[in-house]
Design a protein around this ligand. Structure first.
Ligand code: C5P
Length: 216
């Protein structure tokens, strides 16, 4: 049997898990999947067809059509698509279809870093390493504002903060697979930690697990 290595990264929007996931996948030469893009792809299909986001059968069809190799971040990263994604993400049958695809991805050698909301709890409960990356809502809103301003855009801090709080409530409050740390997740609070420090902290945790695995 070929063995794989799985790193699960969960946390709320804007905590820095995407950047951390990319750095870790590069460093450990693992495949990378931003599972948020799969929910965004479903939402984007419905928006494009002008269908309501609670149309379950259309959302299921869109979920079945999601091709993990063809997720277009440039199209899917729009703010409105993220909002819409958190609405289709409450539909259990859509989650089941996407989770199956995510699990297949994780099983492909040499293994993967997956980031999302339910990776350590639902998608890969047996992941070798689970990280829960968080930061205060204010810090996440400020980072988002800086990001928008750095590319010449303008935005209002209070509106961004309100959006973040609303999305957290939706993601943490839903019945199916709510956002929460797995019991065995390592918590990384990036409120006062630069991404490099978070990467080093994660690296220490992962190297420890790898060393124990090699001893076994
Ligand atoms: O991470 P991102 O902001 O791209 O995710 C968009 C939305 O997709 C989240 O707000 C969440 O509702 C949903 N999502 C999810 N489970 C995941 C990844 C994302 O429910 N594993």
């Amino acid at each position: 049997m070929t063995s794989t290595f799985t790193i699960a990264i969960d946390g709320p929007a804007g905590a820095g898990k995407g950047t951390l996931a990319r750095r870790l996948a590069d460093h450990y030469r693992l495949n990378l999947l931003d599972t948020g893009l799969t929910y965004r792809a479903v939402a984007h299909s419905l928006l494009r067809l002008g269908l309501p986001l609670d149309n379950v059968s259309a959302a299921e069809t869109a979920a079945r059509q999601v091709d993990l190799a063809k997720l277009d971040r440039a199209v899917l990263s729009a703010h409105a698509v993220g909002e819409a994604a958190s609405k289709v993400a409450v539909i259990p049958s859509v989650r089941r279809i996407l989770v199956d695809k995510q699990r297949d991805f994780a099983k492909t050698p040499p293994g993967a870093v997956l980031d999302g909301r339910d990776i350590g709890t639902v998608v890969c409960p047996d992941a070798d390493v689970k990280l829960y990356v968080t930061a205060s809502a204010e810090v996440r809103a400020k980072r988002r504002l800086d990001e928008i301003e750095s590319i010449g855009g303008t935005a209002n801090f209070d509106e961004i903060l309100a959006d973040i709080v609303r999305r957290d409530e939706r993601d943490m409050g839903r019945m199916d697979s709510p956002l929460k740390p797995a019991a065995d997740a390592h918590l990384l609070d990036t409120s006062e930690m630069a991404i490099e420090a978070a990467f080093l902290a994660a690296q220490a945790i992962i190297d420890d697990v790898l060393a124990k695995r090699n001893e076994a």
